[in-house]
Ligand binder design. Structure first.
Ligand SMILES: *[C@@H]1O[C@H](CO)[C@@H](O)[C@H](O)[C@H]1NC(C)=O
Ligand SMILES: *[C@@H]1O[C@H](CO)[C@@H](O)[C@H](O)[C@H]1NC(C)=O
Ligand SMILES: *[C@@H]1O[C@H](CO)[C@@H](O)[C@H](O)[C@H]1NC(C)=O
Length: 458
């Protein structure tokens, strides 16, 4: 509660444009203040319409359940006596036709429905909950990793413990980068920085297995002995939705499941594994290990079926024999090993939909992730280096917006509006064609954070 009260300061005061200890100086221009107030009061959709002339035909979506919404409205009622309803009922026709946002309403798959639960309620039920987030960073991945961590902390209500595995040369830079974050965010997190450590087998061989250090993730169950569950992500991941929501997927595991990943491809016919793999893989198209939830307690305690020892092997005894058996057939290193493991143990895996690990593959040949079209991307995975080259501008502008966000400023003013503007320059590309795919969850996450913090004060 103490921390939430502290955080409220940044969310509430700054969002509402009121001056106070949390607002940075007097540099905020008046029109930005007005925009910020409107943004929080009226909702992002209307604001989009006001600022960008986008379709505002629909009423602003309700975020959360009725109770939450009423609480926010009540709060808003204290600030404004007159709702700007005129904006709502009279959509101004856009002068320059903007690219159409997604308006088609597909039926929501039932499986994803309870993920929409307002995070504040979950928070209340669970008291103080910690998300354990692990990443492995080698080479020149410092900035990318810090941007990922930043995206994780921006919208989370749960506290986060970062487990950063990095080459020794990066340790002090990680430490100083996190220490430079604003105090209010630091009250919300803990971090540990570990050396790269392949505790089983021949370290040099593991290191070479994929890109530097990637095989480290296979060893996390043994190294993080005191951690019950873990969210592992690649450095090139961005959370566009609260990290709490992906963490909650752990609670939907049935009694056999111990890990969750998304499919490697949505269309097996053109997927990599189904066409080229010379080893067993999970399901019709394999799974992608860039975003992986793990119940480490279960991973440590179970036996895994395999093609070598009929009685099964413990995780830590399985990795090296598996590697030896398949090392000449694997292309993508540790991801291939995970595919082999879950091929033989499919009942251990929870497969989450593609919007939780959205990659250029999902849009560069045309859109093939239905869940992202319906609900927006929850976790963006800019593999193939797309944050740093010009091949997929839609991914790059998302990355740059989070990287450049000055952290303490108002989220809408300093992050969402600039992002919306720069995203408009990508709508001629296949991936940028549907802005809502990239922006919807991001906008909702921002508003949820605002609501939750408001409700906790109230
Ligand atoms: C590597 O991890 C093991 C636990 O699996 C631990 O005993 C060992 O001290 C670690 N080595 C380093 C260098 O951290
Ligand atoms: C992980 O599995 C263990 C053993 O089944 C269970 O006690 C624990 O609650 C699970 N963790 C989470 C976050 O669900
Ligand atoms: C858990 O779900 C998996 C995947 O759907 C399934 O194979 C397994 O049998 C389920 N386990 C239980 C105990 O229902």
């Amino acid at each position: 509660m103490k921390n939430l009260t502290a955080r409220k300061c940044s969310a509430n005061d700054v969002s509402a444009g009121r001056s106070g200890s949390c607002e940075r100086g007097h540099t905020m221009k008046l029109r930005y203040k007005i925009a910020a107030v409107l943004g929080c009061l009226v909702g992002g959709r209307l604001l989009q319409y006001l600022l960008l002339g986008m379709s505002a035909g629909e009423t602003p979506p309700r975020v959360g359940d009725g109770r939450a919404w009423r609480a926010v409205q009540a709060f808003q009622g204290r600030l404004v006596t007159r709702q700007p309803t005129a904006f709502r009922s009279q959509p101004r026709p856009a002068l320059n036709p903007r690219p159409r946002l997604l308006t088609k309403r597909h039926k929501k798959p039932a499986s994803d429905r309870d993920l929409q639960e307002p995070i504040f309620r979950l928070h209340r039920q669970n008291g103080e909950e910690w998300v354990h987030l692990a990443v492995v960073a080698c080479g020149d991945r410092l900035e990318e990793t810090m941007t990922m961590l930043k995206s994780a902390i921006l919208f989370s209500i749960y506290k986060i413990k970062f487990h950063i595995f990095a080459e020794d040369t990066l340790h002090s830079q990680f430490e100083s980068s996190i220490k430079a974050w604003p105090y209010l965010y630091k009250t919300h997190l803990e971090y540990s920085i570990y050396p790269i450590n392949f505790s089983v087998g021949n370290p040099q061989e593991w290191k070479k297995l994929f890109k530097p250090c990637a095989a480290q993730r296979l060893f996390l169950p043994m190294i993080l002995k005191d951690v019950d569950s873990l969210l592992y992500v690649d450095t090139d991941v961005l959370f566009l939705r609260s990290v709490d929501d992906v963490w909650n997927i752990l609670k939907r595991f049935n009694s056999t499941q111990l890990a969750a990943m998304a499919p490697e491809h949505e269309i097996p016919k053109i997927g990599w594994y189904s066409r080229f793999a010379r080893h067993p893989y999970y399901g019709a198209a394999g799974v992608n290990s860039g975003v992986m939830l793990m119940n480490l307690t279960r991973i440590r305690s179970r036996l895994f079926k395999n093609s070598m020892i009929p009685s099964g092997l413990r995780w830590e005894d399985l990795l090296y024999p598996l590697y030896h058996k398949y090392k000449n057939d694997i292309t993508w290193g540790d991801q291939d090993l995970l595919n082999i493991i879950f091929h033989y143990n499919p009942e251990y895996l929870y497969v989450f939909p593609c919007q939780w690990n959205y990659r250029p593959d999902h849009c560069m040949y045309g859109s093939n992730c239905r869940g992202a079209e319906d609900q927006g991307v929850a976790i963006l995975h800019g593999n193939r280096g797309v944050y740093h080259n010009d091949k997929q501008p839609a991914f790059k502008v998302m990355y740059e917006a989070v990287r450049n966000f000055p952290f303490e400023d108002n989220l809408f003013q300093s992050l969402y509006f600039p992002l919306q503007n720069s995203f408009m320059n990508t709508v001629h590309t296949l991936c940028g064609r549907l802005p809502q795919v990239f922006l919807k969850q991001f906008e909702q996450a921002m508003r949820k954070v605002y609501e939750v913090r408001v409700i906790h004060i109230g």
